[in-house]
Design a protein around this ligand. Structure first.
Ligand code: SAM
Length: 242
């Protein structure tokens, strides 16, 4: 996953990822009082789009970028003080209370099935200082179950085309997305598959509470209110008293 897409990630998805960060995590960080959060870890940092935007917002932020895809992270070095190749589903390679804020952008946490998400939330709580924040955007169940139930489209590029397909698999409550890259002559250059999950807000909030994180607020990506039918929500959780 993200081995072949890494080469073209910024060109294909960079604009959408950047606008999601600006409306979501970056807007939340901008509202923090100065000095609240300086030590930050970006989980699923990818090519470093979020790291670059957070540093533009606050050059004094000390940000670590973590991703399991080394080929994505190779492109992110300029965005972080330090990068770490690690699989977050196996735990976070950080000290207890090492960070003021953990962030995860452009639906990275949707890659975690409910069991992995539980482990991740417990690890996030462990790595945050008391009252530290976990801020992330998260695709809603409606996006996966309805919009992406059975969706296919193609994008034309100067050097060929990209075909996206999304299929919701009701038996496992997950969405399997396939991206295929074709050359100008129509030859398949590469194909990747991504599997995503989306818990409903009630389940996600309950899971977080059990791991020591309390939900401070949740809102639609583009509005200061929460509505269940939005495609993407922004979640802000805080580490409860240790
Ligand atoms: C949709 S991309 C988002 C990248 C970046 N956050 C952005 O906004 O452009 C999802 C990223 O999550 C990473 N990822 C998925 N599962 C992961 C895991 N278990 N541990 C670490 N990284 C993971 C992928 O390698 C990929 O770079």
């Amino acid at each position: 996953m993200y081995a072949r897409l890494a080469e073209e990630y910024d060109a294909l998805l960079g604009e959408l990822a950047e606008s999601t960060w600006r409306q979501g995590i970056v807007a939340e960080l901008a509202g923090l009082s100065r000095g609240t959060g300086t030590r930050i870890a970006d989980i699923g940092a990818g090519t470093g789009i979020g790291g670059r935007l957070m540093r533009e917002l606050r050059p004094d932020f000390q940000i670590v970028g973590l991703d399991r895809a080394a080929r994505m992270l190779e492109r992110a070095r300029g965005s972080y003080r330090r990068t770490v190749v690690a699989d977050a589903s196996e735990g976070l390679p950080f000290e207890d209370r090492e960070f003021d804020v953990l962030v995860s952008g452009f639906d990275t946490l949707n890659y975690f099935d409910p069991a992995v998400l539980r482990v991740f939330l417990a690890e996030a709580a462990r790595c945050l200082r008391e009252f530290g924040l976990l801020i992330f955007d998260y695709s809603s169940p409606r996006l996966l179950r309805e919009e992406w139930r059975d969706l296919e489209y193609e994008e034309n590029h100067a050097d060929g085309r990209v075909r996206w397909s999304h299929r919701y698999d009701a038996s496992q409550d997950r969405c399997v997305s396939t991206v295929e890259r074709y050359s100008e002559g129509g030859e398949l250059k590469w194909r990747e598959q991504h599997v995503q999950y989306a818990l409903d807000a009630y389940s996600l909030a309950g899971l977080a509470e059990k791991q020591g994180l309390s939900v401070e607020r949740v809102r639609n990506l583009d509005k200061p209110v929460y509505t269940p039918l939005a495609n993407t929500h922004i979640w802000v959780m805080s580490r409860q008293r240790c």
